[in-house]
Ligand binder design. Sequence first.
Ligand code: NAP
Length: 242
Amino acid sequence: MQEQRIALVTGASKGIGAAIALVLARDGYDIWLNYRSDHAAAAAVGKQIEELGRSCLLLCFDVADPTAVKDTLGPLLDQESPYVLVNNAGFAKDTLMVWMGESEWKDVLSVHLDGFFLVTKLLLVGMLKRRGGRIINIASTSGQSGMPGQVNYSAAKAGLIGATKSLAAETAKRKVLVNAVSPGFIETEMTEGLPIERILPMIPMGRIGKSAEVAEVVAFLCSEKASYVTGQVISVNGGAYM
Ligand code: NAP
């Protein structure tokens, strides 16, 4: 019998991360659900996961805080080790470069890049030992094409894409496959209040995407069907960047 597989999804109390946690639960994974502050939202996603017949462990910590990451994940990893890691937690602090403060620069780089580094480093050991695993990093069109007002966020997401490719090259022989999924404009709290009339003309498909549409691509990359895919950036953006 195949061992029960676990997926750790960061930033999964809502939005794209919640959708990913739900499709992975549907596909048979038990979920370790990380989030930072919204306990009620995380609990609601956890309940939906349990209704799908899978277990859900709620893990409240800041992915950019080295002590919190180690203190939370260390003891768990002594017992079991996830087969899938989805580095999704993140936020934007948009402003033009001339107005950008040091904290806006550092916070955005830190949540995406330190978050990736700290969590991935801990889980990678188990994947390499097992000779199997999947790491999916949630990037952004902004990290591929650039976007005014997002110098910090574009730098972080472009960095994540570079890290994806280097790590994929390091771990391929041990069957640890590492890919990035790069969403365009997706309907979540993060995009609430953006000027839709200015955004739609940038999207050939003429609409904003849904979290579930990103989640299904992640689910594919975590499945046996994607057994020869590594080091790739898969865009889910309605054609906004080709
Ligand atoms: P969202 O709806 O704002 O959700 C963000 C999630 O990340 C929440 O669960 C939040 O937890 C968690 N989070 C934030 N900072 C965290 C931290 N330091 N440690 C742990 N968890 C943290 O955002 P989203 O739109 O789903 O975005 C998810 C990912 O997709 C992000 O990496 C984002 O950059 C990327 N993305 C989004 C879009 C888009 O159009 N929405 C496009 C491209 C890429 P709490 O709420 O519990 O604090």
